[in-house]
Ligand binder design. Structure first.
Ligand SMILES: *Cc1c(COP(=O)(O)O)cnc(C)c1O
Length: 382
């Protein structure tokens, strides 16, 4: 038997109170931001630990701003009046759509693949065939931390001469088919989040990875008011810098990232074992990063899923329904964005439920949640 109440999320933010001597060092240095020494150490450790020492990273204050900055960077020679669209899936988090709008573009939504729930190649192909001369960038999402094939996007970029930005907000800790951490070696910006709810949380934060260190240097300047020379803006700028205290938490969090990623991956495997009749996301890498476990409930539609969520809450098990409504269903985005027809997105979004995946969970918890889910499903559907 398990805990009587199971919350949906648990953070993995390191304990600041255990880092007093490091905080004192920051205070003595009197450097709190502006890519200070702790930040430099954090970026270096990220590249070494997570990207096999290839390429570079620049930290940002959150991934939403990081995506804005990366989109602005890759489109810096493009006029949005001529190429107003960014090609992206509708099955993603609102942050991605907002970042596109703030960067001065309009989302053009693609449908998803029924197995991996990432942007579908057919849908991308159709949209590119119809609109490629109006598309400023392709912006795929590694859905729910499941690696996507970045070589494929490299090829698309070359074929259509359109740059790429990857939304890897929920991907830190993911491993691709060639056993490298997701993003390693990619020549376009790959944006990761370090929000408290992600696998490595610092509160608010993120970073942009790119194999091209010149691109990183330019995005670093963009994040510091566009100053490539001393207090002299030469490129589009904003303030997206990460404070030293956050970088300190990041450095500490890196020490446990592997252990946390591995444990969460085991928990995800247990859900697959305990819920064999449910439909899970097909894995396209060696390891995904799990913030939670997304699963399609067989026979569910929006109404039945709504009843199921209510019953799960009554069972005091925290659940959610990422990403329903998907972006094209949200008023703000639908008022601007164009889209392909989205039948798979509609089907997956309306039948999905997100189950808790936490470092502290036991097999008993998974067994308990699975049995409650099945029981509540029968009640909700009859
Ligand atoms: C978390 C998340 C974001 C936003 O990251 P922040 O650091 O909170 O701004 C963007 N896209 C996706 C898919 C996410 O999961």
């Amino acid at each position: 038997m398990s805990a009587s109440s199971i919350s949906f999320l648990e953070t993995n933010v390191p304990k600041l109170s255990k880092l007093v001597s490091y905080i004192e060092e920051i205070e003595e240095s009197d450097i709190y931001s502006n890519y200070g020494p702790v930040n430099t150490q954090f970026e270096k450790s990220l590249v070494e630990n997570n990207f096999s020492g290839i390429g570079g990273c620049v930290t940002v204050c959150n991934a939403t701003i990081g995506i804005m900055l990366a989109l602005k960077y890759v489109t810096r020679h493009i006029r949005s009046s001529e190429k107003p669209y960014i090609l992206m899936p509708s099955f993603t988090f609102a942050a991605a759509g907002h970042a596109v709008m703030w960067a001065g573009f309009t989302p053009l939504f693609t449908d998803i693949d029924p197995a991996t729930w990432a942007s579908s190649r057919e849908s991308e192909g159709e949209m590119l065939a119809a609109f490629s001369s109006r598309i400023a960038a392709i912006f795929p999402y590694a859905t729910f931390g499941n690696p996507i094939d970045l070589d494929y996007y490299n090829g698309l970029s070359q074929m259509y001469d359109i740059p790429i930005v990857v939304d890897a907000a929920s991907s830190l800790g993911a491993v691709d088919l060639s056993s490298r951490h997701f993003g390693t070696g990619f020549p376009f910006p790959v944006v990761f989040s370090l929000h408290a709810t992600k696998s490595l949380g610092v509160g608010e934060g993120g970073f942009i990875y790119c194999a091209d260190t010149t691109a990183i240097a330019q995005m670093r300047a963009m994040g510091n008011f566009g100053f490539e020379k001393s207090r002299h803006a030469t490129i589009c700028g904003i303030n997206s810098k990460m404070p030293e205290i956050s970088a300190l938490l990041g450095l500490e969090g890196l020490k446990k990232l592997e252990e946390i990623s591995e444990k969460k991956s085991e928990i995800a495997g247990l859900y697959r074992t305990y819920l064999p009749e449910f439909v899970f996301q097909q894995q396209s890498g060696k390891r995904s990063t799990y913030q939670f476990m997304p699963v399609r409930v067989p026979g569910a539609d929006k109404e039945r899923r709504g009843r199921l969520l209510t019953l799960m809450a009554e069972s005091r098990i925290g659940t959610a329904s990422y990403f329903s409504p998907h972006l094209a269903e949200q008023q703000y985005f639908s008022s601007f964005g164009g889209s392909d027809s989205l039948p798979v997105t509609a089907e997956v979004a309306s039948s999905i439920i997100s189950l808790p995946v936490k470092y502290s969970m036991t097999e008993g918890d998974i067994e308990y949640i699975s049995s409650r889910l099945r029981m509540n499903m029968q009640r909700a559907f009859n």
